[in-house]
Ligand binder design. Structure first.
Ligand code: SAH
Length: 265
């Protein structure tokens, strides 16, 4: 019986941000194929002695799936370790299909995506009551074109939180799209490079108008998350609507309202 190939989300970089399940799989792994520069520490920190460890940086997709299939024929537990969550820009299905075709079982363990890690690093929130309740995870077209209806200008028209992956070298396109969608030049923007990496994380705050210049000044050209959101900076606002869930007048499944509306302003 061949083993199982586990597609494990390593999280955004800090090895402590892998899930307990992901770590247990690494500890039991006979072979690990990890995704380039971002997740090498987790791969080497948690794997047992004698585990075959290979960086996939220079491999083609076919070479990777061949390697995983071969490893699964020799080991019970094989891990493909990916940055963030494997289901976001992770070529997951391209890799699982050849495994299924070869009769190899596979499963996915989710991970902390870099959008969440970036907002956490900056002490920001993705949603805020009465401000936005929606998050769009997207990118701008690079070598991969955007499907119809998904260009950033159209998505930005919703004025929700936008977490933009894979686009730091295309920041000018982000600026153009948001301006075209009606965002103000002084709308707050956030860029986080290497979120959660001890000692290497960089947080840049700016506006739609000046974020590119600020990133250039910080020499940020890779491994960065761009966030545009009407929630940015809320920690310092004076007029903030409180979350209805914690409002004393609001009953829900786990708590009965303790105060009636008449008693509160
Ligand atoms: N599956 C990954 C995304 C892979 S695509 C995830 O869920 O996070 C690679 C892009 O992710 C990069 O271009 C960058 O936009 C973002 N990224 C990955 N790690 C990051 C980190 N530690 N800090 C900021 N952005 C990161």
């Amino acid at each position: 019986m061949p083993g199982t190939v586990w597609f494990v989300g390593a999280g955004p970089g800090d090895p402590e941000l892998i899930t307990v399940k992901g770590r247990k799989l690494l500890e039991a792994a006979g072979a690990v194929l990890f995704a380039g520069s971002l997740v090498d520490r987790a791969a080497t920190l948690f794997t047992p002695e004698g585990c075959e460890i290979r960086d996939s940086k220079e491999m083609t997709l076919d070479e990777m799936t061949d390697w995983l299939i071969d490893a699964a024929r020799r080991h019970g537990t094989v891990v493909r370790l990916q940055t963030g969550d494997p289901g976001l820009y992770g070529a997951l299905i391209e890799m699982t299909r050849p495994l299924s075709a070869a009769g190899i079982a596979w499963a996915v363990v989710p991970g902390v995506s870099s959008a969440m890690a970036s907002m956490a690093a900056a002490g920001e929130t993705l949603t805020l009551p009465e401000v936005t309740q929606t998050v769009i995870l997207t990118r701008v077209a690079g070598r991969t074109p955007m499907p119809p209806g998904e260009d950033l200008e159209a998505l930005a028209a919703h004025k929700t939180t936008l977490c933009i992956y894979l686009s730091i070298t295309l920041l000018h396109k982000v600026q153009e799209a948001l301006i075209a969608a009606g965002w103000a030049e002084d709308a707050p923007m956030l860029v986080v490079q290497k979120a959660s990496w001890p000692g290497e994380e960089k947080i840049v705050r700016g506006t739609l108008a000046d974020i590119k210049r600020k990133c250039q000044a910080e020499k940020i050209a890779s491994q960065a998350m761009i966030v545009a959101s009407p929630t940015l900076g809320a920690a310092d606002w004076t007029d903030l609507a409180r979350s209805k869930l914690y409002d004393p007048t609001f009953s829900h499944r786990f708590r009965k309202a303790s105060v009636t509306t008449e008693n509160t302003k």
